[in-house]
Design a protein around this ligand. Structure first.
Ligand code: DX5
Ligand code: ZN
Length: 211
């Protein structure tokens, strides 16, 4: 499987976001990872559909929108209209029935659906949802902030998931050149990275080192 790199713009300079988007595209990014936080599901507030709409206008790369919000079903439509290509909701925030309904809506709009699970959530919790989604996003930090340390328990989770799931497995949190190797060896093929990429002197080198 080809390794895809999804820089998380949470670590970008929002005062020159257009420029940052250009830079990561030139450096070889595959997706733009957009972290949406509501101050309820996670202890931080970031951006909403208004900003996603302008990101959409500023890049041709696919927008991978990570919803760390309660009641995602209420907001998915707004993020689709804003131009998302992929939408991830957390298993901790939806019932299976809600997930099914979200999936049906997204299929009509040709938007991919992902499900994410926190470090403390067992793999068993997402097993019933595997048939409903296009990809899984394994959290390797407790969501809320960029720049946190990788939680090693994610490696075993990825390995167990890879044995039963053939589509994309993404991993998010604390990814750098060292942890990237470990998660790729375990079976992940999409790497989300914020501080490692945007904090690097040479962004292209940073992205290449993850691959
Ligand atoms: C964490 C976010 C991540 C975060 C990753 O709540 O979902 O996408 O921006 O940042 P780093 O790569 O710095 O851990
Ligand atoms: Zn994220």
């Amino acid at each position: 499987m080809r390794i895809k790199i999804a820089p998380s713009i949470l670590s970008a300079d929002f005062s020159k976001l257009g420029l940052e988007l250009k830079k990561i595209k030139l450096a070889g990014a595959d997706l733009i990872h957009v972290d949406v936080m509501d101050g309820r599901f996670v202890p931080n507030i970031t951006i909403g559909p208004v900003v996603v709409k302008f990101i959409r206008k500023s890049t041709t790369l696919a927008l991978d929108v990570h919803l760390m919000i309660q009641n995602p079903a209420k907001y998915v439509g707004a993020f689709v209209n804003a131009g998302s290509d992929m939408i991830t909701v957390h298993i901790e925030t939806v019932s299976l029935k809600e997930l099914q309904a979200i999936g049906q809506g997204l299929k009509k709009s040709k938007v991919k659906l992902g499900i994410s699970l926190n470090p403390g959530t067992p793999l068993a919790k997402i097993k019933p949802a595997l048939g409903l989604v296009d990809f899984i996003l394994v959290m390797s930090v407790n969501p809320g902030f960029g720049g946190q340390a990788f939680i090693p328990g994610a490696i075993k989770k990825i390995r167990q998931l890879r044995a039963i799931f053939a589509k994309d497995i993404a991993v998010d949190g604390g990814i750098n050149n060292i942890t990237a190797k470990q998660v790729i060896a375990a079976g992940a093929n999409v790497l989300v990275a914020g501080s490692y990429i945007f904090g690097a002197k040479n962004i292209k080198q940073a992205i290449d080192s993850l691959r």
